[in-house]
Design a protein around this ligand. Sequence first.
Ligand code: PLP
Length: 392
Amino acid sequence: MRIYLDHNATTPMRPEVLEAMLPYLQGRFGNANSIHGWGREAKQALEQAREVVASALGAKDKDSIVFVSSGTEADNLALKGAAWAARDRGRHLVTSAVEHHAVINTCKSLEEQGFDVTPLPVDEEGLIDSETLRRSLRTDTTVISLMHANNETGVVSPIAEAAELARERGIVFHTDAVQTFGRVPIDVESLGVDLLSISGHKIYGPKGIGALYVRPGTRMVPHLHGGQQERGRRPGTENVAAAVGLARAAELCLASMPAETERLRTLRDRLEGAILSRIEGTRRNGHREQRLPNTSNISFRGADEESLILALDLEGIAVAAGAACTSGSLEPSHVLQAMGWKPESHGGALRFSLGSGTTQGDIERLIDLLPAVVERIRAAAAGHPEPALALA
Ligand code: PLP
């Protein structure tokens, strides 16, 4: 039995999503920009998908949705688009130390092009202090980008307050909502954001599609050049099938959200409670309440994360160390480091992210297995032979 607990990295596509997409990969393959029947059919599907995504975000105008290739592209378009559009007013951006690399590295690239970026610190629980944000603002600040929920810890930031401050100062406010869209209710009006990024493959939709919400009136410059697709904001022949898939996935997530939130929170709390009480030297990383219902990040003193992940993988259980892309390179997590975590004293950290396929049986199996796995790795790290081998 294989157990997948890495839904913050990616999710399996729902059969209903594939079913909705298939016609647009086969018979209805037209280019949405063509004026003949095939084109009109594709265009109609694209616009319907836009309408669904807009409504899932509480956006009044469907044209505020720009389809792009990924959450990463949405973040790039938001930051570069807004920063360059406002360059005559100022060149200062504010962000946080715990953003996804799609934001951090976009900011680095803007710095190389003459922009100035202030990354705000977070506290031990992963939250930004609103006074620190207020003090970081300058007369030349044009863009603030703060993520809605962190992909490693699941910590959800109270961004509405920050967005209001931005609005008072005439600053464009962007949020990376890749981890929250489809998991917690999002309403761009009550959040008060100008730009918001989402991605298809985190919500049981296809990979290779994302969207950027752009509040009407927000000044943006495109960062790709070509045709007039997406009202000139993102040229390139539209991926109609993927847009249809994203919209269907969003509908399904919204419909199941209340029940699924409760179910996942109960399973997550059972797992977390059992680990913290049964395995010594463990601690939760991130705010206990202000968190996504599916995510738990726990560090294990005296055990490194690579060994933990590989040992669980041998048992058929998939978990992650921090973000998927950083775990590949096994760099210490910039998110946990910003929260004061130190690998030497706190040990390796694992991210457990549950999803629609996670069952009570999965969680119980992990709870049964984990103490012995951790014990073996700690013993090996301390230079002792594995207990199981020592007996043999
Ligand atoms: N932002 C956050 C918070 C994420 O978790 C991810 C994916 O891990 C991204 C952006 C990038 O999204 P995509 O994989 O669609 O490029």
